[in-house]
Design a protein around this ligand. Structure first.
Ligand SMILES: [Zn+2]
Ligand SMILES: [Zn+2]
Length: 328
């Protein structure tokens, strides 16, 4: 795997490996400037990522003091290494919403609350508590809080020959943001648009009320923009943005339909619905690795909540559990 590649004039992709993760690597991007550089996303807070990122920056002659950092969203594979690159002389940009969540995620209350929330949706939290506490989202995030510089819709960040505009794209996370260059027609999409996989749209404890609805709106928003090239947070660049957005929307539409079909079997928890869905994972539901079970359940909660917003599905409580059924 080529570690550093100049994808456009003055824009370098640094492949930061994600050991044990099906995505294999994250694309951090460095935009070289005369005075200051801009780094987009970082990698997990673990030694393999730290070594790759810092070596990449060094070989591109990007001293941390002269390199500001843009974090597309709160996931640990994107923000985990903030503290390895942040100094007193650079800025770390993030949306207000995800900045708050990154700092909240390292407080002792955050993960137990998320586990309790998943438990209320039927996820077998008690059986897997120990292993869940080792979840990469928890284990490989930043190890201390950070004083972020807030980036919001329309803010402009200049680096090298580029002037990037911040575009808010909530859905994959509540405060996901992209960077758009209107003259060059390029978009750094974080995990909002990926080429080979569909971004995980999950439900957070105290997150967006309808993350999938927000996500689909954010896809439409990007679809209205003039884009020649998407530089995503994982995998390869995307040239036909519109076509990819059509495919993504089709995927979520199909899955919404499948969720409704599963619910024809009667009222059930999100975890039970997830067990009835056809997943792109080559093993039976009861053999799913725990992390995949976790993502699949979160994904289905977001679909059920979207259907609930459309009044196609009703949610009710039964002995402390949240169950869903079709609205007839
Ligand atoms: Zn993500
Ligand atoms: Zn990611």
């Amino acid at each position: 795997m080529q570690i550093i590649e100049e994808v456009l004039s003055g824009i370098y992709a640094i492949k930061v490996p994600l050991p044990g993760n099906p995505l294999q690597a994250i694309n951090a991007y460095l935009i070289k400037g005369r005075e200051r550089n801009l780094l987009i996303d970082t990698g997990f807070n673990r030694v393999e990522c730290r070594t790759a990122l810092l070596n990449g920056l060094k070989s591109l002659d990007a001293a941390p003091d002269k390199t500001d950092i843009f974090i597309t969203h709160m996931h640990a594979d994107h923000c985990g290494l903030i503290n390895a690159v942040a100094t007193e002389k650079n800025a770390v940009y993030c949306s207000a919403v995800d900045a708050k969540r990154i700092n909240w995620a390292i407080t002792p209350e955050y993960w137990p609350k998320n586990l309790a929330y998943a438990g209320s949706h039927g996820f077998p939290v008690r059986e897997h508590r120990g292993e869940l506490l080792q979840h990469p989202a928890q284990k490989y995030g930043p190890d201390s809080q950070h004083d972020f510089s807030v980036a919001g819709e329309g803010d402009v960040l200049e680096a090298g020959e580029y002037a990037f505009v911040v575009v808010e794209t909530p859905g994959h996370t509540p405060g996901h943001i992209c960077l758009y260059e209107p003259d060059k027609k390029i978009l750094f999409s974080g995990d909002h648009i990926l080429d080979e996989i569909t971004p995980n749209i999950t439900m957070f404890y105290e997150g967006l009320p309808d993350p999938l609805g927000w996500y689909l709106q954010s896809l439409d928003k990007v679809d209205r923009m003039a884009i020649d090239l998407v530089l995503p947070g994982h995998q390869r660049v995307i040239e036909d943005t519109h076509q990819r957005i059509v495919e993504l929307k089709q995927h979520y539409d199909n899955r919404l339909r499948e969720v409704m079909t599963v619910l024809e079997g009667g009222s059930m928890s999100a975890f039970q619905v997830a067990g009835g869905i056809t997943w792109d994972i080559p093993c039976a539901w009861d053999k799913f690795p725990l992390q995949q079970l976790w993502f699949a359940t979160g994904e289905i909660i977001s679909h059920l909540e979207h259907l609930r917003q459309q009044n196609k599905v009703r949610r009710f409580e039964c002995e402390g559990n949240l169950l869903f059924e079709l609205v007839k």
